[in-house]
Write a protein that binds this ligand. Structure first.
Ligand code: AMP
Length: 212
């Protein structure tokens, strides 16, 4: 089963992907996480990606698609994958479709988590991530037990540079799933739209229901 998770930044894609992959056993692939890992390790790809990420812009398709296709060619992605943060546009979606088709697979579900702009700005400001294990928390919706410390691994929590208000607004404009991308999956009859402005558990339940 191959699933794409669509939604604007702050819709809860990362959090929901972690929950869904725990209950479904699918591999979780986040292009944002892959870029951040490259930045941390100081790779050539990381140095390039950072210039775009710092501005709240998309990393060029050529680079992103190459990274993603190399990753899904590995054996652990053979059975099923949940894509989080990819595709971001129709060029990326087409590249993914073609790569999957070439091996007899296809996207079975596209789950769109819908959230209003006002809610997104409020949310993005309150997001904290664990430096060690990548777990995601939120000051208001999903706080850690101890401020600044990860519940799961006791790692240090931090806020992403691209969660600052100015960068958030740019990201919202540039990073919303474009209409033609949503249409692409609607036409393929795999799109489910889920109201993301509710408690985390309700959203997870609806997403799981859509996958059934
Ligand atoms: P995310 O964690 O999904 O919010 O991604 C963080 C940053 O990584 C984005 O702001 C982009 O700069 C970059 N990025 C992640 N996924 C993609 C993608 N599919 N295409 C281009 N850039 C991406």
């Amino acid at each position: 089963m191959f699933v794409v998770l669509l939604g604007p930044p702050g819709a809860g894609k990362g959090t929901q992907a972690q929950r869904l992959t725990t209950s479904t056993g699918l591999l979780h692939l986040s292009t944002g996480d892959m870029f951040r890992e490259n930045v941390r390790e100081g790779t050539e790809l990381g140095v390039l990606a950072q210039t775009y990420m710092d501005r709240g812009e998309l990393v060029p398709d050529e680079v992103t698609i190459k990274m993603l296709l190399e990753r899904i060619a590995r054996p652990d992605a053979a059975e099923g994958t949940m894509f989080d943060g990819f595709p971001r546009n129709i060029v990326q979606a087409t590249a993914l479709d073609e790569a999957l088709r070439a091996r007899g697979d296809l996207i079975n579900h596209a789950l769109l988590i819908a959230v209003s702009d006002e809610e997104l700005v409020a949310r993005l400001g309150g997001r904290w991530l664990c430096r060690s294990c990548g777990a995601v928390y939120h000051e208001r919706n999903d706080p850690p037990i101890k401020e600044g410390i990860c519940d799961k691994c006791q790692g240090e929590l931090y806020q992403r540079d691209d969660d600052s208000p100015d960068v958030v607004r740019t990201r919202l404009e540039k990073m919303k799933p474009p209409a033609d991308l949503i249409e692409h999956y609607r036409e393929a009859h795999v799109l489910s739209e889920i109201d993301g402005e509710r408690a985390l558990d309700s959203v997870t339940a609806d997403l799981l229901e859509a996958l059934r």
